[in-house]
Design a protein around this ligand. Structure first.
Ligand code: EZ4
Ligand code: CO
Length: 402
């Protein structure tokens, strides 16, 4: 089953997406997400200029071999651009294999380990009352797990706090937004937010919080400790994780579960975190950590060390990535939770998909392959616009953090 054609589709229905489409000699096509938020065109060029010429004529059935061919063959191993490109090829090949064998991808991954995939939604507000209202809305929609982020009194704007109610979009057009940051204001505020949320919603709802790499290890240790009475499902990205051993310090001080890894691109980024049991959830995403094939290896390592998965699923993971994540989540034994931010209506129109949400759970559906497609004609109505993730500065102007 030779690959005869391939193209990179760049579009912006609500936000930017890069999608790889591989076509085989028997007319089957497969899709892979290659979106790297804020650096999209670098991956698009990597695929068009360097990878696609190598794929034409190759056997689409040899997923594992092609993965190593691209990973080792690059010589320059790892890195977010390379790994997003490798991931796109890998996922498109799993999609093709599923379609060729007429089964949903999760059946190729060992079958379902559970009936559905627990997901968490994003509730955010400008202050505590507003955040309580947003959490109530998610609870009303059936979510069993909700991430809560709030504006911080004294800081003008805060990363991760949405303007819409159902989802937020951190990337902004033209140039990065600059947010103000102050760790003292933040650390004094967050425990009050969760104290109030537990008072309003009781102890059964899963509550999560994302620090977006803003603290030092000792600050994160203090925050984790002060949040202990409110039993968070997890505290995410408390510190930047280039220095994996820094999590030893946090771990010594708090029983608040820790989740890390949305910016990781390979198993080597989380090897120490997993093997020393410094984290509870590994958040690597299909699109950014080498596709379904590599994510399964990360999950297998994590399983040995009693670490569960919690894949990144913000709006910059396209519906193609979301579908792939759900097949992975449904099948992998040590699944923990899946992040799910609704895509905009325009995104959903361009990417039709068979995955569904009901009662706080999702299912990838039983369509052959990933169960997702792209309407290329419609996609062409939404041209790419350069956009960047925000940066943050301390109140004296210093770039934050580390
Ligand atoms: O910052 O998706 O947990 N979710 C997040 C997201 C990420 C963006 C980066 O592209 O932290 O908001
Ligand atoms: Co995050």
């Amino acid at each position: 089953m030779r690959i005869t054609d391939a193209k990179v589709i760049i579009c912006s229905p609500g936000r930017n997406f890069v999608t790889l489409k591989l076509i085989t000699e028997d007319g089957i096509h497969g899709l892979g997400d290659a979106t790297l938020n804020g650096r999209e065109l670098a991956v698009a060029s990597y695929l068009s200029d360097h990878v696609i010429p190598l794929l034409i004529g190759r056997d689409a059935r040899r997923i594992e071999d092609l993965w190593h061919y691209l990973y080792k063959g690059a010589y320059w191993r790892r890195g977010p651009v390379t790994m997003a490109a490798v991931s796109a090829v890998d996922v498109a090949l799993w999609d093709i294999k599923g379609k060729a064998l007429d089964v949903p991808v999760y059946q190729l991954l060992g079958g379902a380990s559970r009936d559905g995939v627990l997901v968490y939604g994003h509730a955010s507000g400008t202050d505590i009352d507003d955040t309580v209202r947003a959490v109530a809305e998610y609870a009303r929609l059936g979510y069993k797990a909700i991430r809560a982020q709030s504006g911080i009194p004294g800081l003008e704007s805060t990363y991760g706090v949405g303007r819409g109610k159902m989802y937020y979009e951190p990337a902004e057009k033209d140039a990065p937004v600059e947010n103000a940051w102050n760790s003292e204001l933040y650390m004094n505020f967050v425990p009050r937010l969760f104290e109030r949320l537990r008072k309003e919603f009781g102890s059964d709802l899963h509550l999560l919080h994302d620090v977006h790499h803003r603290l030092t290890p000792i600050e994160a240790a203090r925050l984790g400790k002060e949040l202990e009475p409110y039993h968070l499902f997890w505290l995410e990205d408390p510190v930047p994780a280039e220095l994996q051993e820094s999590f030893r310090l946090i771990r010594r001080h708090t029983t608040t579960p820790l989740a890390v890894g949305e910016v990781f691109n390979s198993i080597f980024d989380c090897q120490q975190l997993i093997q020393e049991q410094l984290i509870d959830y590994i958040r690597t995403a299909v699109v950014h950590a080498g596709g379904i094939s590599h994510l399964r290896k990360i999950a297998s390592l994590a399983e040995m060390y009693q670490v569960r998965t919690g894949c990144h699923g913000a709006t910059d993971m396209s519906p193609v990535c979301m579908a792939a994540a759900l097949h992975f989540d449904l099948s992998v034994h040590n699944f923990g939770i899946q992040e799910y931010m609704h895509h905009s209506a325009e995104t959903d129109r361009v990417f039709s998909h068979s995955y569904t949400f009901a009662d706080g759970m999702m299912h990838p559906g039983d369509a052959p392959g990933l169960g997702v497609d792209i309407d290329e004609k419609l996609a062409s109505n939404y041209p790419y616009r350069r956009a960047y993730l925000p940066i943050s500065r301390k109140l004296d102007g210093t770039m934050h953090s580390w």
